[in-house]
Design a protein around this ligand. Structure first.
Ligand code: F1P
Length: 340
């Protein structure tokens, strides 16, 4: 609610930020793990809504390579903890190059990342108890959408009607997310189909591809089921070979202009006997059959769909992990903050 009431407008960024945003010609986003997936979603938003080129890279690679920096590039780091060693090293590495400035999107106000960046957007998700990032991710997405709007405003590149519809949808987001949480019981039932599985495939298109990546990461992290994610259109270039009646395939299907393409990709899965689990916008007629389970999720503005579909995939991983009896908050081999 706090996000909806106070932090929803691009004015969340101050005058200093707006002045800098006017000069931005390019964006470089760097992060690790779940935060990296948030950056991948943001690239779709930034490029489609503001027409500003944007690159996204994992910090563990970025920090060690020579980067050809375009003039006017803003360096954006994303981190829940603000102490992830690779992300911090990437920020320090960026200072040797000619960036316009640095912006940290972070959940911990006292962290090193915040202290060392020129501009900061705090996500205010509150303390994350579990190792696997969940509410930090959804607030990062909201922060990145605000960044996109603030950038577009500063550069006069936003379509005003589109901007108003996104702001209205952001205000309604807490309500829609609450309605979505009510799906928990049906997702818990669905989770039974995964408890004995060793592999799973996640599919999405456009900005839902990073959502699929995040869904797969959550399932790996907390239930130890091997999961892969692909852009649905990439299936035919290899992963289709994995599909048989034992392979659960999870797809995220918001009501957007890629829906028909996604549906035809899903038919390729059905034709190979794959088991489909489709999280679909409730306004979209998706046919259930013996191979296809459809979970209807509340309708949402297409731009905000990554936020909502992430939550249903988080719920799925959570219920699978609980069924399997793994430690949801403290998965084996992982640390909350990777500081070395
Ligand atoms: C990055 C991250 C998390 C992951 C785990 C290990 O952390 O990869 O996304 O869930 O906790 O670290 P951060 O930089 O976002 O704090």
């Amino acid at each position: 609610d706090r996000l909806a009431a106070d932090h929803v407008l691009p004015e969340a960024f101050g005058a200093e930020a707006s002045a800098l945003f006017k000069q931005v010609k390019n964006i470089q986003i760097v992060a690790c793990g779940t935060s990296y997936h948030a950056g991948m979603v943001a690239r779709y938003w930034i490029e489609s809504l503001t027409n500003t080129p944007c690159q996204v890279e994992v910090a563990s690679e970025f920090r060690y390579r020579h980067v050809a920096v375009q003039p006017g590039t803003l360096f954006v780091s994303i981190s829940q903890s603000g102490e992830t060693a690779d992300t911090l090293a990437a920020l320090r590495h960026s200072k040797d190059n000619n960036y316009l400035g640095s912006l940290a999107i972070c959940n911990v106000g006292t962290s090193s990342l915040v202290r060392e960046s020129d501009l900061v957007l705090l996500t205010r998700a509150g303390p994350e108890i579990g190792v696997a990032s969940t509410k930090a991710f959804t607030t990062q997405l909201v922060g990145l959408l605000l960044l996109t709007l603030a950038l577009g405003r500063a550069q006069n590149s936003l379509d005003t009607e589109q901007e108003s519809s996104i702001i209205a949808a952001l205000r309604n987001l807490p309500k829609i997310l609450n309605d979505t949480l009510a799906l928990s019981t049906s997702i818990e039932q669905l989770a039974q189909c995964f408890a004995e599985k060793h592999h799973a495939l996640f599919l999405g298109r456009g900005e839902q591809y990073p959502v699929a990546l995040e869904g797969a990461l959550k399932l790996k992290e907390i239930s130890y089921i091997h999961a892969e994610a692909y852009p649905a259109g990439e299936l035919k270039h290899g992963p289709l070979a994995l599909v048989d009646s034992e392979m659960p395939v999870i797809a995220v299907a918001p009501n957007n202009d890629l829906l028909e393409k996604l549906k035809s990709n899903l038919q390729e899965v059905s034709a190979r006997g794959g088991q489909l689990f489709v999280f679909a916008d409730s306004s979209v007629p998706f046919i259930e059959d013996t191979q296809t389970r459809v979970i209807k999720v509340p309708s949402i503005h297409p731009t905000l769909a990554p936020i909502l579909y992430t939550v249903v995939l988080q719920l799925l991983s959570y219920h699978v992990a609980v069924l399997k009896g793994t430690d949801v908050d403290q998965p084996r081999n992982l640390a909350k903050s990777v500081t070395v």
